[in-house]
Design a protein around this ligand. Structure first.
Ligand SMILES: [Zn+2]
Length: 297
């Protein structure tokens, strides 16, 4: 049974007196995932909010407290949260349930670009069918901790999978609005390799560009030449990366900045763009693709 070891006040919106599972997550894509699957049975606290770069993030004392208080911890893994690995490892060694949601993904489906120096590319959430593979880890983790509600977790997992299938189909159709030879995505960092593979975009990231793309695109000048040569209409900044370099390149190449893309964090929950909640996984995917397609059209 679930041991409720938090010092929280009793839940006001629960008449059964049932304790919710305290989940601590790292990035907000994982928060959305565990909320979808845990539903009413969980309470989610996250360490990194909107606009935070997980590659560089170091745990504060407050973060460590959030991790220690959790009944269970979910994170992306694949070294996305590189500087948290040590603290997560220690908690796991001490008996805390800690799950990397990517831990069961078939590694033959993962990319290993040169710039990741022998590691897998962790940005799998941009290929929707691959992110769908993380659902079973959450369902299993919550069911193990709270077997009384395992049928709920299973059902929520299945409905989340169905929504991701729909989202993937939408994304394929949306991407296809741009002719294949015009599907070129130039951004700040190399977060979109899976996106490119899934939806037919050639992806050129400024950070790590010398190995992401054709040989020779080694510096900003060459990126400017590439943009001109390929007649790329727009390039993109990211919410978690300083936009200045991309803005300078856009000015030099005489193209527009096509908008701001979410890369390693989603928006704030309840941050609406039309009907899209940018603080959800679905909102993030739809915002990015719509922004890209509108700017390249
Ligand atoms: Zn990244």
């Amino acid at each position: 049974m679930l041991a409720c070891n938090w010092d929280a006040a009793p839940d006001e919106n629960q008449d059964s007196g049932e304790h919710k599972i305290k989940i601590t997550t790292t990035v907000n894509m994982v928060s959305d995932l565990v909320r979808q699957i845990g539903g009413e049975h969980v309470e989610v606290v996250e360490i990194m909010g909107p606009g935070v770069d997980p590659h560089l993030y170091k745990a504060s004392a407050n973060d460590v407290a959030k991790l220690q208080k959790a009944d269970v911890i979910f994170h992306v893994g694949l070294l996305l949260e590189g500087k948290l690995e040590e603290v997560l490892g220690k908690l796991k060694a001490g008996g805390k349930p800690v799950y990397a949601v990517t831990e069961n993904i078939d590694t033959t489906r993962l990319l290993k670009p040169d710039e990741f120096e022998g590691h897998f590319d962790p940005h799998i959430w941009f290929e929707v069918p691959l992110w769908k593979e993380t659902i079973d880890v959450v369902v299993a983790g919550l069911s193990q901790l709270d077997p009384d509600h395992k049928t709920d977790y299973k059902a929520n997992g299945n409905s989340t999978k169905a929504r991701m299938d729909e989202l993937h189909q939408w994304a394929e159709t949306k991407g296809a609005e741009i002719p294949l030879d015009k599907r070129i995505l130039v951004t700040s960092h190399d977060a979109y390799n899976y996106f490119g593979r899934a939806y037919g975009f050639k992806v050129v990231g400024l950070q790590g560009i010398s190995t992401v793309s054709e040989a020779g695109l080694a510096d900003r000048t060459k990126l400017v030449d590439f943009i001109k040569l390929q007649k790329v209409k727009a390039i993109f900044v990211e919410t978690t990366v300083n936009p200045e370099a991309i803005k300078a390149i856009a000015a030099d190449a005489g193209v527009k900045v096509g908008g701001e893309l979410f890369s390693d964090a989603m928006g704030e929950r309840g941050q609406m763009e039309g009907k899209l909640d940018l603080g959800t996984y679905e909102g993030m995917i739809r915002h990015n693709l719509t922004t890209i397609v509108n700017a390249l059209r």
